[in-house]
Every structure is written in C-alpha cells, then in structure tokens.
Write a protein that binds this ligand. Structure first.
Ligand code: C2E
Ligand code: CA
Ligand code: CA
Length: 627
C-alpha cells in the first residue's frame, strides 16, 4: 500500500475508532467526505444490510443528497438491480464500470442522483461469514480501480464493520437496560425516565397515565406454573399492544402490572375513555399449555401537570386509583380522586401508628354500640359493639375506612382481641351496675380472627375474666367469609360453640352460597344485610329474599335480625313478615357507651310506626367510651 493510501486508512481509523452510537452518523459522513477527496472520486456511500427484512439501508453518504423520500434509502434485495442484489452476500471487492451488463444499475443511480453512468468500487462489510453492509466509492464516468486501492478500501470497510458491531452491541445493551426481557416492553426504569422528561417544567399539556394490574394473576402461576405465567404475561403484552390504538409508551411496570402513557397531551376525561377502550379490548382468552385462560384487569387513571408534579407523585396517585379498582372487586377502571389520597393517608397512618395505638391501649380507638330492638314491644334485646377511630385530623373514622387496611397489614387479630376484651369489659361493667341483663352483646369477628388459632382461648379467658355468661355473647361473622374457607371456619365455630357463645351470620344474603353450608354450621342467628332492608317496601326482589331468609331461618330454628331499618315502611314490612328483631337508624344510631348504658337502663323504648317520625340524632364522637 502506498504511503498516501496508508495515511488515508490511518486517518479513517482515528476517526472511526473513536465513534459511538450517538455520533457515528456524523463521523461516518465526514470520513466518507475525506476519502472522496483523498481518492479523487465524486461520491461515496455506506450501507448496512438488514437481513431480517432483506434490504440494504443507506447509513451515510458523501456528498449528502438529503432526498426525501430517498428512492435508494432502503432497497429490498428482492426487487433490486443486479449490483444491489449482489450486495446482499458480497464477500470480495467488486468493481462496476459503465457497461451493458449493469445498465439496470446505471439507470437506477442516474434516477437517484442524476449523475449518469458511474464507475464504482464496492467492498463488503463483514462480520464473520455475514455480509453486514457495503462501502462504495464512485466516479461519474469511467475510472480504473487499482488493487492497492481496493486493499485500502477493504481496510476502511473493516473499520466501518467494527464500528457497526460496536453500535449494535451498544444498542442492545441500551435496549436490555430499558426493556423487559419477557415482553419487549419498556421496563420500569425506562418508564420513569420517560415520565421524568414528560413532567419536566415547561413541557406541554397534561400527562395521563393508565396503570393496569391483572386480577388474580397469582392463580395462573400457582395452578399452571411459572412458565405458563410467563407465557400469559407475554400474550397479555401482545393484547395490550394491539389494544393501544393511540401512539403511546407501553411499559411492564412489575410482575403483572403494565403502564400505558399516551404520547400526546390528554386530560383525565379523555384518558378515562382511552382506558375504558383498552379495558374492553384486552380481555381475550389466550391458550397456554392447551388451557384457555383469561384474566380481568383493574385499571387506574391519573394525570399530571408538567412542572407541578413529580413522576413518583403521579405514579403513587395512579397506583392508588388502581388499588381502588382492585379492592372494589376488580375488572374496572378507576380515576384517581382526592378521596383516594385520604384513604392512602389513613393507610399510612395505620401502618405507622395503629399498632402502637392498639398496644398502648390508647384512647384513640373507641367502641360505639348499636342497640337491637324487638319492634313489637320496644324491648332492647341486644347491643352491637362497633369500632371507631378518633383520628387526630380526620375526625371520627368509621370501620369501613380502616378495617380492610388493618387486616391487610396483619393487625386484624390484634385489633380483634382488643375489641373482644373492651366490649366484654364494658358489658361486665354494665351488668355490675345492674343494666343489660337479658340483652345479648354482639361482637364482630374479622375473617383473620377466624382462621388464627387463638380466638377460642381469647374468648374463653375474656368471658371468665369479666364474669360473663357465654350465652349472652354473640360473635358475628360475615357470610362471605364463611363461604371462603369453610373448613377452617367450621373448626373455629365448633370450638366457640363448645364454650357456649352464640354465633350469628352477618350480612346474610350477600354471600349467596352459604345456604348449603348452614346445616353443617353451629349457627344461632342470621342478620339480614341492610342492602335488602332499605327498599324492602318497594323492591319485590328484596322482599323475596327477605321472605325466603325468614322461611329458611324458621326451618333451621334460627333467630333473625334485620339490619339497616331506616324507614317506617321497612319496619312495617318486616313486622308484617313476622320479623320483629331489628337494628337501624330509624330505631337508634350507634351510641357511645354512656348513652348506651342509659338506654339499657330503660329496657324498653316505646315504638310508634304510625307516622314517619324523625330519625334519631346522628352519631357523635364519644369521649369517655374509650377502648
Ligand atoms: P355490620 O356488622 O353490618 O354493622 C352494622 C353497620 O351498619 C354499622 O356500620 C352501623 O352503623 C350501620 N347501620 C346500622 N343501622 C343502619 C341504617 O339504618 N342505615 C345505614 N346506612 N347503616 C346502618 P359501621 O359501624 O360503620 O360498621 C361497618 C362494618 O364494619 C360493620 O358492619 C362490621 O362489619 C365492621 N365492624 C365494625 N366494628 C367492627 C369490629 O370491632 N371488628 C370487626 N372485625 N369489624 C367491625
Ligand atoms: Ca355486625
Ligand atoms: Ca351487617
């Protein structure tokens, strides 16, 4: 190789070996430009072979033509001219000079560049046995190509091939760092980086996030194995891609969680519609290991304003929305609302403080009592202990806003023991003051308490400690729980029955299938869920359910208590059906312990359903009746 050619290769090497993915296009173009002038030719191009689509793709050229669309930007080998076709698997340098054999090529070049006939030296870029591209130099008109020139070009082509391999490796690393292996979707890290950019101050519009969590995905893993679970996730990712019909970034956020971020600005209303359309489209059945599987999905939606909200804020809000969708049965779309923040705040407070509150017997937890009446006579038949949390900033919290969280962080049993002790202590104290004899104390028992070992012991020792007759205490278990784990429940219930306490099925009618188990469980009473009582006088369906519940209870010899009596009409209907035991706001609101004590002292409260009397006073926070 002559000195000049040597120098030419060294100069190209210095540039190309320092190039990276980011600047490779600019550097390649500059190197081509230098080579064109050093070789005294007119043009040069570098093309890469894309063997997956069987095409050659223009990467850099000199001089730049900036054609758009470029007729020779991507050339498919299948319909290429004779020279381009040979580029697919070219292994050695090829020289083309204007002659009839390559007329098709010449006219192609002329069409793309307007140069007329050319003389061309093309050398392959090689990676092992694979031709990964072509480097070519050409001169308008004819030119002879010396063997040492072709040698030098091969050396330069090797440098280009090396750069190409480096870029592929770099991109792959980048891809792997940003994508989820299983689905090829963006991973969590890449999503966060993307949202950081979108939410940066000064970015336009509102950034909507749609968060999808599969419902009960665990079951697939557990029943069919991890591998089937992975196949399902893959299939779901494909469904999600297909269902996402506006340009969006799609990421796999975690195991069974996905996030879709529309690329354009979208307000919450539009995002909800978008989420609904995804929701309706992703629920296809897929076949995994010969089984037809499908999962419903819970979707949360939230939007953020660039500059005013961080990625973590936005993700926390959309996660809250998703959890709300999930906890209300799943298979739905929920939009983030400030109320959810409140739930989240309560959740945080519970996680931070409630255990301490329980342990220290703090006065933040109180029991209120809901009396139960015989509506015929006005006699007080019982009193149900209901937990409340006197929250420092949120006020008196009802159990529905914290019991679920308590249980989700495994404090259910602990709180349950506290309620049992406090209610029994109160009941014992009332009796020692001569009130409440003949009435039954009702205590709600949480699902986890039923399956944890100690409840029978707890109840036994507590009854003894406060000197209570076991038959005056009734534990209430919600129907849906009874249905869920019938064997464990049966065992506990028989244990409780052995010590003589009563057992009631709460919220009866909401669990549907418990009827079949009733015979085999030691149950004393059914409490008809308030949902059936509210509109008893007008809803024939509710009436039918209440009627058949009463018949069933009669057949099994069970007591029945109606919950949620709010209207005179409901009270009258119940009485007409022969159900006289009841609770409800019409009869009394939940009372603090002092008010409950004076009520118990009266034993009988005259009842008058002849006119629509006003409901009693709303429930107020009690101060003295501390748990
Ligand atoms: P539950 O056992 O069905 O208790 C009756 C609920 O209905 C009470 O709500 C009561 O205030 C309400 N209620 C009574 N009459 C009426 C009425 O006429 N209309 C309406 N709309 N509501 C009425 P609360 O106190 O909010 O309790 C909700 C649920 O929380 C309870 O439902 C029970 O499942 C649970 N719970 C309450 N205290 C405890 C407890 O100490 N431990 C456990 N595990 N759960 C508890
Ligand atoms: Ca109850
Ligand atoms: Ca109930």
């Amino acid at each position: 190789m002559s000195g000049a050619l040597d120098h030419l290769v060294t100069a190209a090497a210095a540039e190309l070996m320092a190039a990276s993915a980011a600047d490779s296009a600019a550097i390649s173009q500059r190197v081509l430009g230098n080579l064109v002038s050093d070789l005294g030719v007119d043009f040069s191009f570098l093309r890469h072979n894309d063997h997956t689509i069987r095409a050659t793709v223009l990467v850099a050229e000199w001089p730049p033509r900036n054609a758009d669309p470029d007729p020779i930007g991507v050339v498919y080998f299948a319909d290429a001219d004779s020279v381009f076709t040979r580029a697919e698997n070219l292994k050695v340098p090829e020289v083309v000079r204007p002659e009839a054999a390559n007329a098709d090529y010449q006219s192609n070049i002329d069409e793309g560049t307007g140069w007329g006939a050319v003389s061309l030296a093309a050398v392959p870029l090689l990676s092992g046995d694979v031709t990964t591209g072509t480097l070519a130099f050409g001169k308008v008109g004819d030119r002879e190509w010396l063997p040492e020139e072709l040698n030098a070009l091969q050396a330069v082509a090797a440098l280009f091939a090396q750069l190409q391999a480096r870029i592929v490796a770099e991109e792959q690393l980048h891809y792997l760092a940003e994508h989820d292996d299983l689905t090829g979707l963006l991973n969590r890290r890449a999503l966060i980086a993307y949202l950081d950019k979108r939410l940066a101050a000064g970015q336009p519009g509102s950034v909507s996030v749609v968060f999808l969590a599969l419902d009960r995905f665990k079951v697939i893993n557990e029943r069919l194995g991890q591998n089937a679970g992975d196949r399902f996730i893959e299939a779901f990712a494909a469904l999600l891609r297909a269902a996402t019909d506006v340009p969006s970034v799609i990421a796999r956020f975690g195991g069974d969680e996905f996030v879709v971020v529309p690329a354009a600005s979208m307000d919450v209303e539009a995002a909800e519609e978008f989420a609904q359309s995804i929701h309706s489209r992703v629920q296809r059945k897929v076949v995994i290991d010969g089984e037809m599987l499908s999962r419903t999905v819970s979707i949360g939606v939230a939007a953020g304003i660039p500059g005013s909200e961080s990625t973590s804020d936005l993700l926390r809000r959309v996660d809250q929305a998703t959890r709300t969708a999930k906890s209300s049965g799943g298979n739905k779309v929920a939009i983030f609302s400030p109320e959810m923040s409140r739930t989240d705040m309560i959740r945080n407070d519970i996680e931070l403080y409630l255990e301490g509150i329980i342990d220290n017997d703090s006065d933040a937890l109180v029991l209120h009592y809901l009396p139960e009446f015989d509506m015929r006579t006005g006699e007080i038949l019982g009193t149900e202990a209901l937990i409340r949390w006197q929250h420092p900033t949120l006020g008196l919290l009802m159990p529905d806003s914290f019991i679920q969280v308590v249980e989700s962080i495994n404090l259910g049993a602990k709180l349950g023991r506290l309620v049992i002790r406090s209610a029994c202590a109160q009941f014992g104290m009332w009796q020692s003051r001569g009130v409440g004899h003949g009435a039954v104390l009702r205590i709600n028992v949480s699902p986890v308490q039923l399956v944890t070992e100690g409840i029978v012991d707890t109840v036994t020792t507590t009854l003894e400690e406060f000197g209570l007759d076991p038959s005056t205490v009734c534990l209430e278990i919600t129907e849906s729980v009874v249905v869920q784990d019938i064997d464990a429940t049966r065992k506990t219930l028989f244990g409780l029955k052995d010590i003589g306490v009563q057992i009631a099925i709460d919220d009866f009618g909401t669990g549907y299938s418990v009827l079949t188990y009733l015979k085999s469980l030691p149950v004393d009473a059914l409490k008809i869920d308030k949902g059936f009582v509210h509109h008893l006088d007008t809803n024939p369906g509710d009436l039918a359910i209440v009627r058949s519940t009463l018949a069933l209870a009669d057949a099994f010899g069970l007591d029945v208590v109606a919950e949620g009596v709010e209207t005179v009409a409901a009270a009258k209907t119940l009485l007409a059906l022969g159900c006289s035991r009841a609770q409800g706001f019409l009869l009394s609101r939940p009372l603090d312990s002092a008010a409950m004590e004076s009520l118990l002292a009266k034993r009988v409260i005259p009842m008058d359903f002849s006119d629509a009397s006003d409901a009693p006073q709303p429930e107020t926070p009690g101060r003295k009746d501390v748990v």
